[in-house]
Design a protein around this ligand. Structure first.
Ligand SMILES: [Zn+2]
Length: 381
């Protein structure tokens, strides 16, 4: 072999070694890093929500999570899922007995009455011109891609294993008074606080402090429907929403327009089967004061009750996702926190809710149909 060929071989050998070394170096730092695999669809999605979703990269509390493995569905679950997909506007698990009971009940008043639609008003009746599928005409933002409520499924949620505890400070504080309102769509309790007494929600998926504003309810004409979120293909008879606004902003009105402005804690209610007539929630007795639409009632200090009396300890596992207000203007500025453990209510108390009137009749079924997920992630804490 000539010297020239030998030198050429040596040169090639050196280049090969260098190439191997460079490939190794570029591969090495990626190895072993637990980098969440964000779907390209969502990264390529050029909406302002991407800014908020970027927060899930915060290593402080998202550095370890595992997608819970898909569990095989039972035949019943598959059937439920099919129903959910085929009819997203009106969904609850097939229950022939409940259907029969509903069929035998007198037709709810709101079905028979003509809607008196005024500009800007909205209706929950799917047959109305301003019903849920037309809310985008009431406010274009209701046609957005990140709307609420949604289907919450344990099998599709990202399990967050390392989490900061969710805390509600001031839960036992008493307000000066409570303003109870029938706003035509719900029963709303707004607390009037002394300076510094306003309860504060923090931790969990929230990066800052959120201040308590009000709570209200969504319920059904009977106890097979009512909740807005659907948890593992089940609708509950009622859902409470505790609305908080980001303490970075001056007021709820200011905050609700901001991308990180609102946090809503949602809890389901299930029927307490052991006693039909018991009054489990002392505060439901105030509902009789706001039966007529657009009426209000001030609960004096002596009769006020703390948030603790409404929802108890917040120690349940919960779903969290980025969504919207569930009524027009449907602003997509809400971090949702939905508890997996339901509260209790009796049929007697549900009757007190169903006695309330809206401008078009009985105030029932004031829940919005579930909305499309559109590549959002749902986390389970
Ligand atoms: Zn609500």
């Amino acid at each position: 072999m000539s010297d020239v060929t030998e030198m050429q071989l040596l040169k090639w050998h050196g280049q090969l070694l260098l190439l191997n070394f460079l490939m190794f170096m570029s591969w090495r730092p990626c190895r072993g890093l637990n980098v969440p695999n964000y779907g390209s669809t969502y990264r390529a999605n050029p909406t302002r929500r991407s800014g908020v979703f970027a927060s899930v990269r915060d290593p402080a509390y998202y550095d370890e999570y595992q997608p819970s493995g898909p569990k095989p569905l039972s035949q019943d679950q598959r059937r439920s899922k099919l129903t959910a997909i085929s009819n997203p506007d009106f969904y609850f698990p097939p229950d022939p007995e409940a259907d029969l009971a509903e069929a035998n009940e007198p037709e709810p008043v709101f079905e028979r009455q003509k809607s008196k639609a005024t500009p800007g008003s909205f209706s929950y009746n799917p047959k109305d011109k301003n019903g849920p599928s037309h809310w985008y005409r009431v406010d274009a933002r209701c046609g957005g891609r990140y709307q609420s409520p949604i289907l919450l499924n344990t099998s599709n949620a990202q399990l967050v294993t390392r989490k900061r505890p969710l805390r509600l400070d001031g839960q036992t504080n008493l307000p000066q008074s409570i303003l109870l309102q029938n706003d035509g769509h719900s029963a709303k309790f707004t607390y009037n606080w002394r300076n510094g007494d306003r309860p504060v929600l923090r931790g969990g998926p929230l990066k800052t402090k959120y201040l308590f504003e009000q709570f209200h309810f969504h319920w059904g004409v009977n106890s097979t429907v009512g909740s807005e979120h659907v948890y593992d293909y089940q609708r509950y008879p009622m859902e409470i929403h505790l609305v908080f606004y980001n303490g970075l902003y001056e007021s709820f009105q200011d905050a609700r327009e901001q991308v990180d402005g609102i946090a809503v804690v949602g809890l389901f209610y299930e029927i307490y089967q052991h006693s039909v007539d018991e009054q489990l929630n002392t505060w439901t007795r105030f509902l009789r004061n706001i039966v007529t639409p657009d009426s209000e009632f001030t609960i004096p200090f002596i009769d006020t009750f703390p948030l603790y009396e409404v929802i108890g300890d917040i120690e349940w596992p919960y779903f969290s996702y980025e969504g919207s207000l569930t009524t027009p203007p449907c602003l997509e500025t809400v971090t949702w926190i939905v508890a997996t453990k339901p509260l209790l209510v009796t049929e007697k108390e549900m009757k007190q809710f169903r006695r309330l009137q809206s401008s078009t009749g009985q105030m029932v079924n004031n829940y919005r149909p579930v909305q499309k997920l559109n590549h959002r992630r749902v986390f389970l804490y």
